[in-house]
Write a new protein. Sequence first.
Length: 60
Amino acid sequence: MLELAAEQSGFPGVESVREVDGFGMAVSNSESDETIASWQSQAKNQVAQEACKALWKEHY
């Protein structure tokens, strides 16, 4: 996902955190609401978001 995010227009970077057991999350930054909307509409990103939400709920 990082590679796909880096290809997006207006992508300044990503921040991530990870626990010792490997569980973590990453947040990509963006320059504008338009670039955020573009990133959110990417099909692979939508699939990843849903998978991450399910894992997060399971872990929490």
